[in-house]
Design a protein around this ligand. Structure first.
Ligand SMILES: Nc1ncnc2c1ncn2[C@@H]1O[C@H](COP(=O)(O)OP(=O)(O)OP(=O)(O)O)[C@@H](O)[C@H]1O
Ligand SMILES: [Mg+2]
Length: 300
């Protein structure tokens, strides 16, 4: 079977191409006396041109999963096929270097800004490495700084920036690379609601401008479901649930009357409270219940 899995769904009639096809990906970290199984057999696909959101409790393996996709780490076993049929777990060092340099933009949870470079120079660095720095790119960078309210921080060093400002600089740095794959680990973890909205809008615009870009976002923030094409719930190193297509649309509009009309015990108030409290496990449970009830109603 070709790894370029073409999945034509009956409902939307759209052709989806798998950018990543993961088969039983396992990651075990070995340290002195204990082994930690961070991924316990992840099998799934991330589609080209989609925004996939990965959610789940702390320690469930979200960053580990992103690291395997970004070529930062290699799984203990299993395969990760790219659209090109190449298994990245078998890349040579040189192939990994090229992959990270040209194909992937990775916004790390720890941001990784270079301390002795200004915010602007941090953004320039990957473009200089790629030999793609032009006047047009400079304009684009200045525009993004302005848009994210940090144009007065261009020449500040990372330790002179707040956590949220560093987060915005780091996002601009990966976005201006125009990568095929954009991986973001907690892109709004440090931000207030106003700036969070700006990041959500920026990611949506990047997606519009680069429709073939595959964007995968790890977050604890349920608001990301609004921009998602697919939401993966991870628990104990495994995908426990995936929301897509109509199920996701239902999930997005779950605060509407629809919920009460399907006879779920939970009222819409308690659903929105749960969303606000960001209790992902409850949210996951709830989406499962909604889905189950929808199925029952369809069968009735
Ligand atoms: N380098 C490592 N060595 C040993 N254990 C590790 C290592 N990196 C991660 N782990 C463990 O693997 C598990 C998954 O970690 P991971 O960072 O992927 O979680 P996460 O879902 O991203 O959590 P959070 O939401 O807190 O960022 C955790 O139990 C963590 O302690
Ligand atoms: Mg993490």
């Amino acid at each position: 079977m070709s790894r370029e899995t073409i999945n034509t769904t009956n409902t939307t009639k759209t052709t989806k191409i798998a950018k990543f096809t993961l088969q039983n990906v396992i990651k075990v970290y070995h340290s002195d006396s204990v082994d930690v199984s961070a991924l316990r057999g992840v099998t799934c696909e991330f589609y080209k041109g989609e925004i996939s959101v990965i959610m789940g409790p702390s320690g469930c393996g979200k960053t580990t999963l992103l690291n395997q996709l970004g070529g930062i780490d290699i799984p203990t076993s299993g395969s990760i096929f790219l659209e090109t049929n190449k298994d990245i777990t078998r890349f040579t060092e040189k192939e990994f270097d090229e992959y990270r340099k040209f194909q992937v933009g990775y916004l790390f949870q720890t941001l990784n800004l270079i301390p002795h470079l200004s915010a602007f120079d941090n953004v320039l660095l990957p473009l200089k490495i790629q030999k793609r720095y032009t006047d047009e790119k400079k304009e684009e960078i200045l525009k993004q700084f302005d848009r994210l309210n940090i144009s007065n921080r261009l020449h500040h060093y990372p330790d002179q920036l707040s956590g949220g400002e560093q987060q915005r600089v780091a996002l601009i740095r990966v976005a201006v690379k125009d990568p095929e794959v954009l991986l973001c680990d907690e892109p709004t973890g440090e931000l207030d609601s106003e700036n969070k909205e700006k990041i959500l809008n920026l990611i949506t615009d990047i997606h519009k401008e680069h429709p073939s870009m595959t964007i995968i976002i790890v977050t604890h923030d349920p608001d990301f479901k609004v921009i998602a094409d697919r939401v993966f719930f991870l628990r104990d190193g495994k995908i426990s649930y995936i929301l897509a297509d109509e199920k996701l649309e239902e999930f997005k509009t779950q605060e509407s009357n629809q919920i009460s009309s399907i006879g779920l015990k939970d009222s819409k108030n308690s659903i929105s409270q749960k969303i606000k409290s960001e209790k992902i496990e409850e949210l996951e449970e709830l989406s499962y219940l909604i889905n189950k009830r929808m199925k029952e109603l369809k069968e009735e």
